[in-house]
Design a protein around this ligand. Structure first.
Ligand code: UDX
Ligand code: UDX
Length: 456
């Protein structure tokens, strides 16, 4: 029986391994993590992350061929294949601070693998890493006197949160990079065969290790760039009475452009986009490529501009003063269908509102606990309320920041009646029925459409 161990039971490691275990009952999968609380949650009925459909996948395989453990060494020792899926955050210190990836956890894993292994293993980079990390990994793994052989593959994960289960079950492609040596190609085939259990062969792409590593950074950079591009146009739309949704539709029907990732918003969030682009910037700079570095950095700067532009628009329309005014923030997660709040634009928006002395009340169906963790210093100034109706009662404004579908079907007449007047709604996701809201009596601002006002 093939044995897999995955180090890192996070948003990527947990769901990915659960899907492999579900699809390959004859492969034993053990997910290990140094965080005992997280492992306990994976073993319980309340998983540590919210992801539609994940409970069923985990329940089917857990205890059969899917196990969660804090015994990292044992997990590594027993495995034929070790996935490394630990976090690689942006460095906050020293050389490359604010840009480069912090590889300390990843290197600790490599050292641990070398330390405890007594048999040959395939090591799979699942974490997003700078290009040529596999080379460093090879060096660490093969340093010193040991007869054990490690073959490093790169297998970046492209799942998006909120749709992780569907993305894993039916991915556009799986990408596996291996060295162009006989042992590299043999390892590559082993991993291809596992994925081929449920994924058509023509969607399993193989490449050299460096291309695989760099493809992940490139994919995220291109996706984020589309969001920044449409957000740049949204600002111009507001100045010219063009409607960004109409523009997205018009350009998205061009098959060369395609319709996805053209939704204007308050900005992209999530643990990957900003981190990966900054990493790309750092890589370009370290190879002396300043123009490409500047080009990609602009995608992140545009995103920051969009977040701040939203807050400034709120302030300007609310008569340049929000001090003492209750503002209901609808949605704190970085996107719908997840409880994840990492790099959520809501963090910056709430902080700016609180700095301007607004009475901020945050509501979200899944992310309130994580929201509290994001803003430990503001807990005495920000209210958290599960019920959106209660959050909006008495408020001067609603700022809709996450596109939860339940926000589409709220009784906005009831909400309007309970609010201070004039009642503002700032739709940071361009998802509500603005005409209907305006007819109820709201002052309605939407990204890329501007303000509809009764106050002329
Ligand atoms: C991570 C990376 O951030 C991302 O770059 C990559 O693409 C996929 O893996 P994610 O799963 O979202 O993404 O990270 P996170 O939820 O933080 O999970 C990482 C886990 O690794 C944590 O549970 C942490 O406790 C664990 N970990 C970290 C270890 O088990 N050992 C370590 O040495 C460090
Ligand atoms: C992303 C990549 O899509 C995925 O392939 C990779 O593995 C990890 O990073 P994720 O961050 O989970 O996934 O979510 P994604 O759906 O890409 O959205 C990222 C951010 O962009 C969200 O804040 C989302 O709201 C925003 N977005 C997305 C827009 O503002 N407009 C769009 O049209 C699309």
């Amino acid at each position: 029986m093939t044995k897999i161990c995955c180090i890192g039971a996070g948003y990527v490691g947990g769901p990915t391994m659960a899907m492999i275990a579900k699809k390959c009952p004859d492969v034993q999968v053990t997910v290990v993590d140094i965080n005992a609380k997280r492992i306990a949650a994976w073993q319980s009925d309340t998983l540590p992350i919210y992801e539609p459909g994940l409970d069923e996948v985990v329940k089917e395989a857990r205890g059969r061929n899917l196990f969660f453990s804090t015994d990292v060494d044992q997990g590594i020792r027993d495995a034929d294949i070790v996935f490394v899926s630990v976090n690689t955050p942006t460095k906050t210190f020293g050389e490359g601070a604010g840009c480069a990836s912090d590889l300390q956890y990843w290197e600790l894993c490599a050292r641990r693998i070398k330390e405890v292994s007594t048999t040959d293993k395939i090591i799979v980079e699942k974490s997003t890493l700078p290009v040529r990390t596999a080379e460093a990994m090879d060096r660490v793994l093969h340093s010193g006197q040991k007869s054990v052989h490690f073959e490093v593959l790169s297998n970046p994960e492209f799942l998006a949160e909120g749709t992780a289960v569907a993305d894993l079950e039916n991915p556009d492609r799986v990408l596996i990079g291996g060295h162009e040596t006989p042992s590299g190609q043999k390892a590559l085939k082993t991993l291809v065969d596992i994925y081929a259990t449920w994924i058509p062969r023509d969607r399993i792409l193989t490449a050299n290790v460096w291309s695989a590593e760099l493809s992940k950074l490139t994919a995220n950079a291109f996706l984020a760039q589309r969001v920044s591009s449409i957000n740049a146009i949204s600002a111009l739309c507001e100045a010219t009475e063009a409607d960004v949704a109409e523009i997205s539709r018009a350009i998205g029907t061009d098959s060369r452009i395609g319709s996805k990732f053209l939704k204007a918003s308050i900005g992209f969030g999530g643990s990957c986009f900003k981190k990966d682009i900054l990493n790309l910037v750092y890589l370009c700079e370290s190879y002396g490529l300043q123009a490409p570095a500047d080009y990609w950095r602009q995608v992140v700067l545009m995103n920051e501009y969009q977040e701040l532009r939203f807050v400034k628009t709120m302030l300007r329309n609310m008569f340049n003063t929000i001090a003492g005014k209750r503002v209901a923030v609808f949605g704190f997660a970085f996107k719908a269908d997840t409880g994840d709040t990492r790099e959520s634009p809501a963090i910056r928006v709430c902080r700016a509102l609180a700095d301007d002395h607004a009475k901020v009340v945050v509501t979200d169906p899944k992310a309130i606990e994580n929201a509290k963790i994001e803003m430990p210093d503001l807990l005495d100034r920000i209210e958290f309320e599960k019920d959106p109706y209660k959050a909006a009662a008495g408020a001067h404004a609603i700022a809709l920041l996450t596109e939860w579908k339940e926000y589409k079907t709220l009784d906005y007449q009831r909400i309007f009646d309970s609010m201070a007047k004039p009642a503002f709604i700032f739709d940071g996701r361009n998802m509500l029925d603005h005409k209907a809201l305006f007819e109820i009596g709201f002052e309605v601002y939407s990204i890329g459409k501007g303000l509809r006002t009764h106050l002329k």
